[in-house]
Design a protein around this ligand. Structure first.
Ligand code: NAP
Length: 293
């Protein structure tokens, strides 16, 4: 049976590890790190994610300075809120909760965030820094995957990886991060031919697709490391109740993989933790900039 890579427990441990340092900084600086989550509209899944992030902030001593705007808010009004948060000295991290209502252009709104407050690491400047191998705020889900692999001492250099999915949110940045760690990554997507043959060759398989249980045992190399990013809500799965499942068929793959992440409790909690670490990193950088003559 595969070793379970327990993102939930690890995330808890990492978050707890920051608490006393944050208290010390707060006493010295006079304010805690601040994260502003901007939510527009009433998407119930988004509301649950935002609550999750706010609770994690509270546990760590990070101030939640978010705003919840009505669905009908105009592009100009959301832009104005973002620009105000850029200027707010108590805000170190800004996150615009996606998806936004259909009338809003997410790409142009995300580009307005100050790149040095871009807690989600999705600003073009930060994606450019990642591509160039320069320091910067990294996108949270791929950063969470890399941290999980590092904390479990999974050797990476010289290995092959197949990344299923090529989104800006997960697929592309995780490929770049693996490359920077001396892995040889291959991207696969909906047009990839002979998918199973390709994925079976991978020492590390990352699934970020959004198709419930797409990856069965015949697609996985025995002994490989399998990372499941997918979060899919399957209605009426168990006694009529909805259930969250990943892109990996966990029951089928666990017996043959070397390591595997569960859904829920794998990459999700690590993503939130990286968001908080980005906020802390931005707070530290801004404090240093203020105290350095
Ligand atoms: N755990 C977390 O914290 C976290 C964070 C972010 C996302 N997620 C989850 O991760 C999943 C992916 O998210 P995303 O934002 O990256 O999704 P996305 O933007 O919809 O991208 C999905 C990717 O999967 C590819 N794909 C779709 N069907 C495929 C198939 N049958 N075979 C191979 N590739 C296929 C698509 O290919 P094309 O490019 O050819 O269309 C696309 O590149 C979702 O379930 C999402 O909820 C989880």
């Amino acid at each position: 049976m595969a070793q379970i890579l327990d993102g939930k427990a690890l995330a808890k441990q990492i978050q707890a590890g920051h608490v006393s340092q944050i208290q010390t900084w707060q006493a010295a600086v006079g304010r805690p790190p601040g994260l502003a989550v901007l939510m527009v509209g009433d998407n119930p899944a988004s509301a649950a994610y935002v609550r999750n992030k706010e609770r994690a902030c509270e546990r760590m001593g990070i101030a939640s300075l978010g705003k919840h705007l009505p669905t009908a808010t105009t592009q100009a009004a959301v832009a104005e809120e973002i620009l105000a948060l850029n200027q707010n000295p108590n805000v170190d991290g800004i996150l615009v909760q996606l998806p936004l209502p259909k009338h809003l252009n997410a790409t142009s709104l995300l580009a307005l965030i100050d790149p040095d407050k871009d807690a989600d690491g999705l600003h073009p400047v930060n994606l450019g820094r990642l591509g160039r191998g320069e320091p910067g705020l990294r996108s949270c889900t791929p950063a969470g995957i890399m941290r999980l692999l590092a904390e479990y001492d999974i050797p990476l250099a010289g290995k092959t990886a197949v990344v299923l999915g090529r989104s800006i949110l997960v697929g592309k940045p995780i490929g770049l991060m693996l490359l920077a760690a001396d892995v040889t990554p291959t991207f696969a997507h909906s047009k990839t031919k002979n998918l199973a043959e390709l994925t079976r060759s991978a020492d590390i398989l990352i699934a970020a697709v959004g198709v419930p249980r797409l990856v069965g045992k015949e697609m996985v190399k025995p002994g490989s490391t399998v990372i499941d990013v997918g979060i899919n809500r399957v209605e009426g799965a168990e006694g009529g109740r909805a259930k969250l499942v990943g892109d990996i068929d966990f029951a089928a793959v666990e017996p043959i993989a070397g390591e595997i992440t569960p859904v829920p409790g794998g990459i999700g909690p690590m993503t939130v933790t990286m968001l908080l670490e980005n906020t802390i990193a931005s707070y530290r950088n801004r404090m240093l900039a203020e105290t350095t003559p």
